[in-house]
Design a protein around this ligand. Sequence first.
Ligand SMILES: Nc1ncnc2c1ncn2[C@@H]1O[C@H](COP(=O)(O)OP(=O)(O)OP(=O)(O)O)[C@@H](O)[C@H]1O
Ligand SMILES: [Mg+2]
Length: 224
Amino acid sequence: MNEIIIETENLSRVFTLGGQDIKALDGINLKVTKGEFISITGPSGSGKTTLLNLIGLLEQPSGGTISFEGRDVSKLREGELDNLRLKQMGFIFQTFNLMPTFTALENVTFPMEITRIPEKERLERAKTLLERLGLADRMHHKPKELSAGESQRVAIARALANEPLLLLADEPTGNLDSNTTKEITALLQQLNDEYGIAIILVTHDNQVAQAASRTLRMVDGRLD
Ligand SMILES: Nc1ncnc2c1ncn2[C@@H]1O[C@H](COP(=O)(O)OP(=O)(O)OP(=O)(O)O)[C@@H](O)[C@H]1O
Ligand SMILES: [Mg+2]
C-alpha cells in the first residue's frame, strides 16, 4: 500500500500587495506518498516556491488544508510545527544557504544540535553522510573553500541529518554547471532510492525534472 505522507486539499495562498490580491496558489490538490520523487516545473511566478514553503510549514495557507501523515497541520501549535519541520523535513536551495563561519561538518551537525541528538551520534551521522556524499576530505572546509557542487552536497547532507521523511528542493541545480547539475540530480535519485526519502524538486530544467518518478507542472498557481 502506498502510504500518503502529505496531502493538500484546495490549498491557496493570496498575497496582498499595494491593495491588490495576488493568487500565488489557487486550489492545489496534491498527494505525496512515502518515498515518492516528484518534480515541479512551470513559469516564473507560477507559485512553485510558495507551494514548497507551505508544504515545508514555513508559511501559512490562506485557505485549504495540509495534512502530514493524516494530521491536519493547520491545527498544530507553533512549537509542534517547528518540531515537525525540524524532524521530518529537509530543505535545499539554489543558493545552498550554508552557515559561512561553520565547517562542512559543523553545518551538518548543527540541525542535530537543535533536535538534541547526543554529540557522539551527531558526529557519527554527519561523518557518515559526508562520506556518502563524497566529501570525506572536505569535512573541515568552510563554505568559501568549497566548490558549488561540494557546497550543494554539504547542504544535502545537512538536509538529511535528522532523517526526514521529505526533502524539499527549490532549484537545487540553479547555480550549477551542466556536469555538476547531472551529478547532483543523479545523487538525489540515489538518495531517494537508498533512504526511501520522498523528494519534491522544483526546477526550470526539464532534464532534471525527468529524474523524478512523477513530473508535475504549475501554471498560474494551479497544478496542470
Ligand atoms: N511575499 C510575497 N509578497 C507578495 N507577493 C508574493 C510574495 N511571494 C511571492 N509572491 C508572488 O506570488 C507569485 C508566486 O511566486 P513564487 O515565488 O511562488 O513563484 P515561482 O514559481 O517560485 O517563481 P520562480 O520560478 O521565479 O522562482 C508571484 O506572482 C510572486 O510575485
Ligand atoms: Mg521560485
